[in-house]
Design a binder for this molecule. Structure first.
Ligand code: SDX
Length: 435
């Protein structure tokens, strides 16, 4: 098959170049040959926020944003959400294939037996104020685990990487639950190895004085499904952070802490918490039109709407809406659902949102479910970080084992001063910008 190519003529030199086109991309480094003189650095690409730049080749997650398709290792998210458990999907994301019964049983055993936290973790937690945001506690505590497992720095040893991966997947719910209990002043609850991943998380969150916690199976399954939906999403902001930090060969705990920090932003994983604040601010269905008018006038964004890749309905949002019905059948319907449905109805008909291809994303309905299940809004992004840890680690491992990858270090276009004349302080005029 003949190689696809791109012919470029540089009007500065009238030279024509032929660049190979591979998988719909041209290599940025192929532009460097385009110079105006032998001393010229050569051309670069300029792509603030990486709107149109592939940073890696990956086989983990496929998204077709125009058609609203999401697949993990080639399996449609809808199929996985209906038929798998979260740990089964975690195995798929990390190892590339769905496990058989024996493999899944062994994998679940391994993760279950890595849920316990070092007792020192309690001391980290005690250092936080009672009203500390759980995401800040989670980021800090995950980073602190690097002090407990210093051998994690040996990132080139596959067995060592796998051990740390199991520890992080097992311990994320324990850290999350510990931060929640700390905020309430409740005693911490130890993991119960008889329970599955979601049930054990609920146990560590909500067990009080009963001898053994019994999770509502519908709510546990709903949480497990939400974990599946949030597990990975190719090169999003937090995953790109995981890859960038991991590319310097930092240990996986510090890289995961950095990724969680990126996720905490309100434009990313923090949006689910912002959606609830927005619905509270709107207050009733009657106020929805007025709120949308304000957004269209440029006063804020419709949180839980829009996506860098999806220019169609986020497939995860559809499954979350279905999951909401299962949860509300148990918990009673969250009154905010009516406001959210009205917001969606109006926005999907409004030209402002239609022309910008703004649809509900994964965060639009998830918060309403979490609140109905009893979670405080501050915990919503933590509920995103727990499953996304699997995606971060799968992408981290793929980056480390990709021969094309090296330390991430973008270039820049420098637009500042050059070679300025230095003045001693007594001769400097008032700058007048620091106040
Ligand atoms: C997640 O990347 C991932 O995969 C993320 C994620 C994952 O699983 O990892 O899917 C999870 O982060 C989902 C997104 C959660 N964030 C929110 O819901 C916050 C609200 N959404 C926006 O901030 C925004 O839509 C982003 C950040 C999600 C995407 O922003 P882009 O791609 O940079 O798009 P943009 O800001 O350039 O917007 C294009 C236009 C602009 O209008 P104009 O300047 O052209 O007039 O659309 C407007 C924006 O103002 N716009 C919105 C809007 N989102 C974009 N207007 C109102 N409300 C919004 N939500």
């Amino acid at each position: 098959m003949t190689q696809d190519t791109l012919k470029i003529t540089d009007s500065r030199t009238n030279l024509t170049y032929t660049l190979p086109v591979d998988k719909g991309t041209v290599r940025a480094l192929d532009l460097r040959q385009m110079k105006t003189s032998p001393n010229d650095f050569g051309l670069m690409t300029y792509d603030p926020a990486f709107m149109n730049t592939a940073s890696c080749q990956s086989t983990i997650t496929f998204i077709d944003g125009d058609r609203g398709i999401l697949e993990y290792r080639g399996y449609p998210i809808e199929v996985l959400a209906e038929h798998c458990t979260f740990l089964e999907v975690a195995y798929l994301l990390l190892f590339g294939e769905l496990p058989n019964e024996t493999e899944l049983k062994d994998w679940v055993y391994e993760i279950t037996h890595h849920t316990m936290l070092h007792e020192n973790t309690k001391k980290f937690m005690e250092g936080f104020r009672h009203d500390a945001h759980p995401m800040a506690m989670l980021v800090s505590t995950v980073a602190a685990l690097a002090t407990i497992y210093p051998e994690a720095r040996n990132i080139h040893d596959p067995a060592n990487r796998l051990l740390q991966i199991k520890r992080l997947i097992g311990k994320m719910p324990s850290i999350a639950a510990m931060s929640y209990r700390h905020s309430l002043g409740f005693p911490y609850v130890y993991p119960d190895n008889d329970l599955n991943y979601a049930e054990n998380f609920m146990n560590m969150l909500w067990k009080m004085v009963e001898p053994k916690y019994v999770a509502n199976p519908v709510l546990a399954r709903a949480l497990d499904t939400l974990f599946i939906l949030h597990a990975d999403h190719e090169q999003n902001c937090s995953t790109s952070t995981m890859r960038a930090v991991g590319s310097s060969h930092a240990d996986p705990y510090l890289a995961t802490a950095a990724a969680a920090a990126a996720l905490s932003g309100p434009l990313h994983g923090g949006a689910n918490e912002e959606v609830l604040k927005m619905l509270d601010e709107i207050g009733s269905k009657q106020n929805v039109s007025g709120y949308i008018k304000k957004v269209k006038e440029g006063h804020g964004k419709l949180m839980g709407f829009g996506h860098r890749v999806y220019k169609n309905y986020d497939p995860r949002a559809k499954i979350i809406k279905w999951t909401a019905e299962q949860v509300f059948a148990i918990t009673g319907c969250n009154p905010k659902l009516d406001i959210a449905l009205e917001l969606e109805r109006i926005a999907l008909e409004d030209d402002y949102f239609v022309t910008r291809k703004l649809y509900p994303n994964v965060d639009f309905y998830s918060g309403i479910i979490y609140q109905a299940m009893g979670f405080k809004p501050e915990m919503f992004t933590v509920l995103f970080a727990i499953p996304r840890t699997v995606g971060w680690l799968a992408q981290w491992q793929e980056m480390l084992t990709d021969p094309e990858q090296k330390i991430a270090r973008p270039r820049q276009i420098y637009t500042g001063h050059r070679s300025r004349r230095f003045l001693p302080i007594e001769k400097r005029a008032l700058v007048g910008i620091a106040d």
